[in-house]
Design a protein around this ligand. Structure first.
Ligand code: GRF
Length: 210
């Protein structure tokens, strides 16, 4: 069993990784504006330029860094560079919020157990990059969002929290994903807040917060 936190003294330091619109990041930034939340976003990292997620960080005055895979000679070099960039901000918790890259061994060696990812489906159903589309195509009536502790697999880590979302008859991928994202953001904000304020432990696949 590994136990983390609660993080003291002062607010927990979050580094958030993004690849896209950054609405999950924005939800965390908004939550962190209240000192009682117990966390502060100290940096935002990305694997690509020109995304709204980075613009959101810049508007909030949060430092950013970008490491593109194609600028490194191989994937392990990119992974090590991302790990170094994250480590420079001394995070208590690292949040993948729509970050569309898998963490490699160097990253997990440093941040294993305190690197979490949000996924737009009820894992273990529909892992991978098309969680909402795959659920819709399969015809499930309920899907949702999952927050988990990242491990070496693709969306296989120990589950911290889940939220269910009904699939409506007239849903398309966009409408379903948007509704999932509403649930996802509230799950993320609530869970990260509880984790940093109360600590968490991981015992095999069972995560306990507080
Ligand atoms: C989220 O649904 C996330 O789970 C998925 O991509 C979406 C990112 O949304 N991987 P945003 O960038 O936080 O708006």
């Amino acid at each position: 069993m590994t136990t983390h936190g609660p993080v003291t003294p002062g607010p927990a330091r979050l580094v958030v990784l993004v690849s896209g619109s950054g609405t999950n990041l924005q939800a965390l930034l908004d939550a962190c504006a209240d000192p009682a939340y117990g966390a502060v976003v100290v940096a935002v990292g990305a694997d690509r330029d020109g995304i709204e997620g980075l613009a959101r960080a810049e508007r909030a005055g949060v430092p950013t860094f970008v490491h593109r895979v194609r600028d490194f000679h191989d994937r392990p070099a990119w992974d090590a560079a991302v790990a170094d960039a994250v480590a420079a901000h001394e995070p208590d918790l690292v949040v993948s919020a729509g970050f569309m890259k898998l963490a490699g061994p160097a990253f997990l060696a440093r941040f294993g157990g305190r690197y979490v990812n949000t996924h737009p489906a009820l894992l273990p159903s529909f892992p991978g990059t098309h969680g909402a589309a795959d659920a819709l195509a399969y015809g499930v009536k309920v899907t949702g969002a999952t927050l988990f502790v990242v491990d070496e697999g693709v969306d296989t880590g120990a589950i911290i929290a889940q939220r269910a979302v009904e699939v409506l008859d007239d849903d398309d991928v966009a409408s379903l994903h948007e509704r999932i994202k509403v649930a996802e953001r509230s799950m993320l904000v609530e869970s990260v807040g509880r984790m940093v304020r109360s600590g968490w432990s991981v015992n095999a696949r069972r995560v306990t917060v507080g």
